[in-house]
Design a protein around this ligand. Structure first.
Ligand code: THU
Length: 160
């Protein structure tokens, strides 16, 4: 037996204002998207905004369903729309913001495992890293320089 250690690095910023103007703008678009979330069950509202290399910005929010598993996270709502609308575009970065009707969300909220897998697919497709910024409604902002840092040992097409 041998063990392997996998390490990744995530940058943590004390607040959004520490980031470049274009990132702040993208996060503000994620916040606007978050306000359009349809989340009557969890009351947890998430918005995602994606910047493409053609300068288009695609945003999405979580969309819930009375049949719970039929709902979709904000990140996948946005990334699938981006992939379906601009199949040739490169995804440069994604900004994610979350809030709750029930409590203040002041820590960075990372994308769920299923969303990481979805983002991984696009990163592999385009062979270019996707920057991912995530936060709550206020407070610290986390940045990952590539989806690989959020999902080591991803399942990909090489295993098929
Ligand atoms: N949610 C997202 O939109 N993105 C994530 O990465 C985590 C969870 C949504 C799904 C559901 O509507 C609500 O947050 C609670 O899980």
């Amino acid at each position: 037996m041998k063990s392997i250690t996998i390490s990744t690095t995530i940058e943590i910023y004390d607040s959004l204002v520490e980031l470049p103007e274009e990132v702040i703008k993208l996060m503000n678009t994620a916040v606007e998207a978050r306000e359009k979330a349809y989340a009557p069950y969890s009351k947890f509202h998430v918005g995602a905004a994606i910047l493409l290399d053609n300068n288009e910005v695609i945003s999405g929010s979580n969309q819930e369903n009375a049949s719970y598993p039929s709902g979709l996270c904000a990140e996948r709502t946005a990334i699938y729309y981006a992939g379906a609308t601009y199949p040739e575009a490169i995804i440069k970065r994604i900004a994610i913001s979350a809030t709750s009707v029930n409590h203040a969300v002041t820590t960075p909220i990372p994308p769920c495992g299923a969303c990481r897998q979805a983002i991984a697919e696009y990163e592999i497709k385009q062979n270019e890293p996707i920057e991912i910024y995530f936060m709550g409604e206020s407070g610290k902002v986390a940045k990952s320089n590539s989806l690989k840092d959020l999902l080591p040992l991803a399942f990909d097409k090489s295993y098929l």
